[in-house]
Write a new protein. Structure first.
Length: 536
């Protein structure tokens, strides 16, 4: 089945509205604060939608459905475990970030530790965006457009990059956030439509359950499961989650743009509610595809049911939701990477650079990131033909040392800069060793060796091991070296959180908002526990 005229009209309307919103807000950009942090004036509902839309990209549609096709709902645990991590962002990390007045996460590390940590995190973050976010989004989007239009990977990548880059380069974070607000509605509506129609085709949930293995509806797999062991899910996934949601510029930049701490917390909590949805609108369609088309490739699960199950018109809506997911994630990545390069590299090199130069440098940095992401696409299938697992596994090699340095740095004032940079470098080397071992083992089919043993460790288990090593080294090296100076602690650690508030008005919380946020957080936790109990 091919797209029909009504489908193309709907997709065209989607692009027209997105470009209108993007360029409308692009006219408001004046300074680097406006361009990179939307003037620090974004309301909670836009923050929550932007966090969710930035997180859900085309690799989630393709990858989550593909993993659901292979092993059922278990992959959805990574989505639901993000919820307590997002609450940790709202209630623990947000006050320190807003208090410090930083533009970027590397800048926060410099304030807490030293400039070496800032340089490291900037470099690793940009590399991670190329290896994961940009390239995987383009690969997943390429799979979609190949199914729909017959385009090859590079044609698809270039078209998507140009379509997204136009308003991103012009409008900065304000344009990105408000287009993502629109894209969130399109994304959820389109994905929900497909799930409902898929279940209807099978005669409801009971009909689906009769055509797939029983364990497809159990969220927790045995510890020996090669992909999603419960031990890795419970102890490893939160390590990745803290890095991604609480310390990565890609996500935290939205929180930094909040008009005040109340809106920052409320927006984060809203995104927690939205994270309930992917299991039902992204993973479940993969299981539906398993029941309807048991002999296809996992990565083809979502586009196959889109093209074969949906009528004209509805198909256009769902395709628009897929494009919304892709464009929102790419736009966020472009803006975040340009912020990192401009603020953490160029501005440190040229501290007196005028505002218009900073904005233009950010635009050039975006173009370079895009090119590198396109060049990396052919190498992704060397690691895993299951996109979502690839994305999570690469993050497992990068995240644990960064999580340790941020988390322990706030909790324990004795942690110092020498220990932090040592842990970051050593952790990166250990992660790189695992990454190389996996590449060699897969490419040369090496067995019964040290390389194959290291490569065989589940990526979530490896994340646990690397985090423990990183935390241990951070504590030991800190105790064996000098104490950090007081300027590295004021307002940036739990013990000294009451000191050095840069903007007291920005930090003051209203009692009404605090009460609403507390109640909303408790209800969210209760919903999550109920879901886990239902699908245990």
């Amino acid at each position: 089945m091919k797209l029909e005229l009504i489908d193309f009209l709907i997709i065209g309307l989607y692009f027209a509205v997105v470009f209108f919103v993007g360029f409308y807000f692009s006219r408001r950009e004046k300074s680097s604060t406006d361009y990179f942090l939307a003037g620090r004036n974004i309301a909670w509902f836009a923050i929550g939608a932007s966090l969710f839309s930035s997180n859900i990209s085309s690799e989630h549609f393709i990858g989550l459905a593909g993993s659901g096709y292979n092993s059922g709902l278990a992959v959805g645990n990574i989505e639901w475990l993000a919820i307590p991590v997002i609450l940790l962002l709202a209630w623990f990390f947000v006050p320190y970030y807003l208090r410090s007045g930083v533009f970027t996460m590397p800048e926060f590390l410099e304030k807490r530790y030293n400039s070496s940590c800032r340089w490291y995190l900037t470099t690793v973050s940009i590399i991670a965006y190329v290896l994961t976010k940009v390239s995987v989004s383009l690969l997943a989007g390429g799979i979609l457009l190949k199914q729909l239009l017959g385009w090859d990977m590079y044609t698809s990548s270039i078209v998507m990059v140009i379509a997204t880059g136009v308003y991103t380069v012009a409008g900065g974070l304000t344009a990105v956030i408000y287009t993502e607000l629109l894209q969130t509605f399109v994304l959820i509506f389109g994905a929900l439509l497909l799930t409902i129609l898929g279940l209807h085709e099978l005669g409801g949930f009971a009909g689906l359950a009769s055509k797939v293995p029983v364990d497809y509806f159990h969220m927790f797999k045995p510890a020996s499961d090669p992909e999603f062991p419960w031990t890795g899910i419970v102890f490893g996934a939160p390590i990745l989650g803290i890095w991604y949601w609480c310390t990565d510029q890609f996500m935290v930049q939205r929180v930094l743009s909040a008009k005040n701490i109340d809106n920052a917390k409320a927006g984060s909590i809203l995104s927690g509610y939205l994270k309930i949805l992917p299991v039902f609108i992204l993973v479940l369609p993969g299981i539906i595809a398993k029941a309807l088309y048991p002999n296809i490739e996992p990565n083809d699960a979502y586009p196959t049911i889109v093209m074969n199950l949906l009528p004209a018109g509805i198909k256009g809506i769902v395709v628009a939701s897929l494009l919304a997911a892709l464009m929102s994630s790419l736009a966020s990545c472009f803006n975040s990477s340009s912020t990192l390069f401009t603020i953490d590299i160029y501005k440190k090199w040229k501290p007196e650079a005028p505002e218009f130069i900073l904005v233009n440098v950010g635009r050039i940095a975006t173009f370079v990131i895009v090119i590198l992401g396109i060049l990396w696409v052919p190498f992704i299938n060397e690691i895993s033909n299951k996109i979502f697992i690839y994305l999570q596994s690469v993050q497992a090699y990068i995240a644990p040392p960064i999580t340790a340095v941020f988390l322990i740095g706030i909790l324990w004032p004795r942690a110092n800069g020498k220990a932090a940079i040592s842990v970051l470098v050593i952790g990166f080397i250990l992660g790189a060793v695992r990454f190389v071992c996996e590449l060699i083992s897969k490419h040369y089919n090496i067995q019964h060796s040290t390389i194959s043993y290291i490569a065989s460790i589940n990526f979530l288990h490896f994340a646990i091991i690397l985090f423990v090593i990183s935390a241990f080294l951070l504590v030991v090296i800190s105790l064996l070296s000098e104490k950090p100076t007081m300027d590295k602690l004021k307002g940036l650690t739990l013990k000294y959180s009451h000191e050095a508030v840069i903007d007291a008005n920005y930090m003051n919380e209203k009692a009404k908002w605090t009460k609403i946020n507390i109640i909303a957080s408790i209800v969210l936790v209760l919903i999550l526990l109920s879901l886990w109990y239902t699908f245990f």
